[in-house]
Write a protein that binds this ligand. Structure first.
Ligand code: AMP
Ligand code: MG
Length: 341
């Protein structure tokens, strides 16, 4: 029932036509982008979009991002396009930046989670762009994972979650960035960062000046559906994640202490580290740079889960550059179970 199309060498014009036909027929196609894999359907076909929500088990008020391949498509989806959008597009599209704008009538409410606004981005991935072009449709695509699970950065992750439940999966290898796009609301003045992601906010500010950060980005869950990724426990494996934040040396000490305690109690523990080695039941080193850590984060959460540990201890990192997106995902994966040292 699920066709897997291998495209490890990049866009294959012939094979992409098969996937594009599925999109036109209202079916579901998972495809790689530079951020994470997306679960795509024709954004303007409410029946097709409904299937995305069903397949993921996604709450109906959590809006989808509409993916485009040509800047003119912004005008087909958005009612008003402030001048900043063109400026941002010039600098960052194709790329991991999503803009939120007032939607046009033709965009179904189901696509926007009932909101009056639509989220739009142009992905920097030739397979994603090829699929949008070949299907001649804007493609609504949230991350291709069961709702609440870590996002997929490999086709295997998508296969684990959706094999037999969607029509097509395009395997384009590992995604480059590893965290989802940065979501920026341009209906407010100044614009508001709704979700930190693959494009650091510092880079956005260099182009359009100061932006606001939505309080939910760093802090607790809020009771507001503006960027509903904020509302639910998210990106979470089955094991309980605990984030240890603070000065590096103290973080290391605390993790060693916790490891000893859990060992005494017979609890299996995995550690997600950013350089240091730990003696634990399972151990993943995410890397040293923010880029490496972002790229490896979701894969590590899935791997540690498969290893069968009960608890995952994760080292916190500084919230600069991609670090803001990494910490946002980690804290959510932990359901905000954080130890500060
Ligand atoms: P996902 O691709 O699964 O991470 O989900 C897309 C995310 O984009 C949502 O969880 C929201 O955070 C954001 N988003 C999409 N559309 C809108 C919108 N109209 N307004 C605000 N945020 C949005
Ligand atoms: Mg998602």
């Amino acid at each position: 029932m699920t066709i897997i199309i291998k495209m490890r060498e990049g866009l294959d014009e012939k094979k992409i036509k098969v996937a594009a036909k599925f999109i036109r027929e209202g079916k579901l196609v998972a495809f790689p982008t530079e951020t994470v894999y997306g679960l795509g359907a024709n954004a303007l076909d409410s029946k097709a979009v409904k299937r995305i929500f069903e397949a993921k088990g996604r709450p109906a008020d959590n809006p989808l991002i509409v993916h485009i391949a040509d800047f003119n498509q912004v005008h087909e989806l958005a009612r008003e396009v402030p001048p900043e959008v063109e400026l941002l597009a010039k600098h960052f599209w194709p790329g991991p930046l999503t803009v939120v704008l007032p939607k046009r009538e033709n965009v179904p409410r189901i696509t926007t989670g009932g909101l009056d606004t639509v989220a739009i981005r142009m992905p920097a991935h030739e397979i994603a762009l090829g699929l949008i072009r070949a299907s001649k449709r804007p493609i609504a695509a949230p991350s291709a994972n069961i709702s609440g699970k870590p996002s997929p950065t490999l086709a295997e992750h998508v296969i684990d979650d959706f094999y037999g439940r969607i029509e097509c999966i395009i395997d384009g290898g590992e995604t480059k960035i590893g965290v989802e796009s940065t979501v920026l609301d341009l209906t407010t003045k100044p614009p508001t960062l709704l979700r930190p992601g693959g494009l650091p906010m510092e880079e956005i500010e260099r182009v359009i000046g100061k932006i606001k950060i939505h309080p939910a980005v760093k802090g607790k869950e809020v009771n507001l559906a503006k960027a509903p990724g904020m509302k639910y426990k998210h990106y979470a494996p089955n094991a309980q994640v605990i984030v240890i934040e603070g000065v590096r040396e103290k973080v290391k000490g605390k993790i060693m202490e916790l490891l000893m305690e859990y060992k005494k109690q017979g609890i299996k523990v995995g550690v997600m580290a950013t350089g240091d080695f730990y003696e634990a039941d399972a151990y993943v080193n995410l890397g040293n740079s923010e880029e490496e850590i972002a790229r490896n984060l979701f894969k590590a959460l899935r791997e540690l889960d498969k290893s069968g540990v009960d608890i995952i201890l994760a080292e916190g990192i500084e919230e600069k550059g991609l670090g803001l997106a990494v910490m946002n995902r980690l804290r959510k994966a932990a359901g905000y179970k954080i130890i500060k040292v």
